[in-house]
Design a protein around this ligand. Structure first.
Ligand code: GDP
Length: 295
């Protein structure tokens, strides 16, 4: 689907570039093509519509019709607008706490555990950071084991307690353990469900309230299209989270989720996951994502 978007935009731009002289009619046609391509890539219809209206206004404002290289100007406008819509600049993490507590939220299978490991590994390479991973999934012992495997792989300690069934208590004990043992970042991996349900929301809300994390991150599978937006909205309504992690951008990579999520919840995408390996993590750069969407 993402290829679809990129191909279509490319085609639309090509049509424009092919014209020596650009008319208002083919600007309008190009914008329509862009809008259709965005919708095909699961960008919410209204967002796509607003997007093309803004681009049109800017195009007319900048006299795209009489510009020397209208195709290039149009491409730049679309890219700038996409970049702007996805937040403009890259946004980092707030690591001002001592320890700084990072709470992971998201559905089961979104990539929370994998990303928790990636982030710990990423922070560990900064010499000033000593991360602790915390296993808070009290329903699936396999999830706790999985985090231990990840921790062993990257050489980061994992705090867990299979006897304790209250994730709030586990989180609080983990933070106390971090304070007593010189860990300055605590990454809490929580239980997810296959779909949004009230019990999961109550549980993550209770952890959030009790530990007041510096960063609450919402992890979402970029392949889940429009559902990703609905899930983001549900979690944001409960947690008012600080940032989004978009995983699995190495697969059938589509830009639609990045655009829509950013617009709907108005929170920055902070990192992306680009594979199963611990090194497959990147800071989210809006302009790079715009380039990728444009192909
Ligand atoms: P959790 O249930 O949210 O903790 O999800 P997991 O971390 O267990 O991830 C679910 C599956 O997605 C696992 O098979 C991971 O290896 C895989 N996964 C996670 N992140 C990525 C990514 O960025 N790219 C790819 N290709 N796979 C990923």
């Amino acid at each position: 689907m993402f290829d679809n978007l990129s191909d279509k935009l490319d085609k639309a731009m090509h049509v424009l570039k092919g014209h020596g002289q650009i008319t208002e009619v083919n600007v309008a046609e190009t914008l329509k093509e862009i809008r259709r391509a965005l919708v095909d890539a699961d960008v919410n219809y209204k967002i796509a519509k607003d997007f093309t209206s803004t681009v049109k206004e800017k195009a007319l404002g900048q006299d795209v019709l009489t510009a020397l290289k209208p195709g290039q100007l149009m491409t730049k406008l679309v890219k700038d607008e996409l970049t702007e819509l996805m937040g403009g600049e890259a946004e980092g993490l707030n690591l001002s706490g001592n320890p700084s507590v990072i709470l992971m939220s998201g559905l089961q299978g979104s990539g929370k555990t994998t990303f928790s490991g990636k982030l710990a590994n990423f922070l560990k390479t900064k010499k000033t950071k000593k991360p602790l991973l915390v296993a808070c999934d009290v329903y699936r012992p396999a999830a706790i084991d999985q985090l231990h495997v990840v921790g062993d792989q990257i050489g980061v300690e994992v705090y867990s307690n299979k006897e304790e069934k209250d994730p709030v208590k586990i989180s609080e004990a983990a933070i106390a353990h971090a304070k007593a043992n010189g860990f300055n970042v605590v990454i809490i991996d929580t239980a997810g469900r296959l779909a949004v349900d009230q019990a999961m929301m109550n549980e993550i809300a209770a952890i959030h309230k009790a530990i007041e994390p510096q960063e609450t991150l919402f992890v979402v599978d970029s392949m889940t299209g429009q559902d990703a937006v609905n899930t983001a909205k549900a979690f944001n309504d409960i947690l008012n989270f600080d940032g989004v992690i978009l995983t699995k951008l190495d697969g059938d990579t589509r830009g639609g989720a990045a655009l829509s999520i950013r617009t709907v919840v108005d929170k920055p995408i902070k990192f992306i996951g680009t594979g199963e390996k611990m090194e497959a993590i990147d800071v989210f750069y809006p302009s790079r994502m715009a380039d990728r969407i444009l192909g």
